[in-house]
Design a protein around this ligand. Sequence first.
Ligand code: ATP
Ligand code: MG
Length: 376
Amino acid sequence: MIRIDSVTKRYPDGTVAVDRLSLEIPDRSITVLVGPSGCGKTTTLRMINRMVEPSEGTISLDGVDIGRQPVNSLRRSMGYVIQNAGLFPHRTIVDNIATVPRLLGWTKQKARERARELMERVGLDAALARRYPYQLSGGQQQRVGVARALAADPPVLLMDEPFSAVDPVVRKGLQEELLRIQEELGKTIVFVTHDIDEAIRLGTMVAVMRTGGRLAQFAPPAELLSSPADAFVEDFLGADRGIRRLSFFPSGALPLEKTPIVALDASAEQIASRSSTDAPYLLVTAVDGKPLGWSEPGDLIAGDIEPERLLPYGRPFEYGKDSLRAALDCAVLSPTGWAVAVDGAGRVVGVVSQQTIGEAIRSAHAAGRADEKVAG
Ligand SMILES: Nc1ncnc2c1ncn2[C@@H]1O[C@H](COP(=O)(O)OP(=O)(O)OP(=O)(O)O)[C@@H](O)[C@H]1O
Ligand SMILES: [Mg+2]
């Protein structure tokens, strides 16, 4: 465990970048430092691997003061990833990744083998191995940066705004990749960002820092959203805190309606028996159970349902896997106000009205159970 104990950093010109910061960074999880520009995030990260020395206080790793550890071995136990990857421009991708193993005295062949293995792990095509950094996209370069930091298999990864320079779609892919790598390899990751959404998506624990280098709150993301410590944190979380919090409630407790659903080949009796005043629309599915669209029951003629004339069903949510946020989004986008729940194979398992989702949200908030992080 990394423990930051009452650490202050005062730069020679008198700037206090970090002010009496104390944090316990749990092993084998992602801890995010987030806060506005200049609040001391980079300084904190750099003190962990002694690129910057604290003015006061101590940082320890597994109970040992890092100030007493040789800098070289300390840094080898910590991979470092920065924005724009910071790759060596005159080295090929494979040799960039092999840098630290080579420094550690591995043979060229063994280091390159390791590099190729890591390329696969971070989702890079093996064909890129012989290219130079300028021949890669920003997102690919960032993946190389992560692979290079992992090369000597350090227990700790320090990441300073690694994904800020890429577009939102690529960024989401990199975030998912990092979560997967973390799950597979169990690294202790300290991740710096100024983007609260990224902090919430990635962090097991999130430290919100404020200007002047002081800690505003240290909590799991669901707790930040439900109980911000003060007005600064609340403001930093943004106006849609309530909606964001729904990402932490699973959709599996939603009561689904199974009646207002008919298959494309439904008989007139089936259409009649599945219509009710509770649900003014019927969802039509293909014969394999996948959704096709909504219709008013009176517009459906047995044996002659035209899929292209149905109302669009929007984006379905995966029941149990996606969150209440995804279910609500689905209902809001649906022209009927009803959301479509599907299983992992995309087959309809039921439908649910906006009103029912609203009730589920109210009881979830009341129960305050936002402990489980779910996708979507
Ligand atoms: N070498 C330095 N000498 C003097 N002041 C410094 C030095 N490095 C950083 N600072 C100051 O310390 C404060 C914290 O800087 P730091 O780089 O840690 O912030 P940050 O949270 O990483 O910001 P950003 O989000 O913009 O990267 C800032 O006021 C900065 O100007
Ligand atoms: Mg910074």
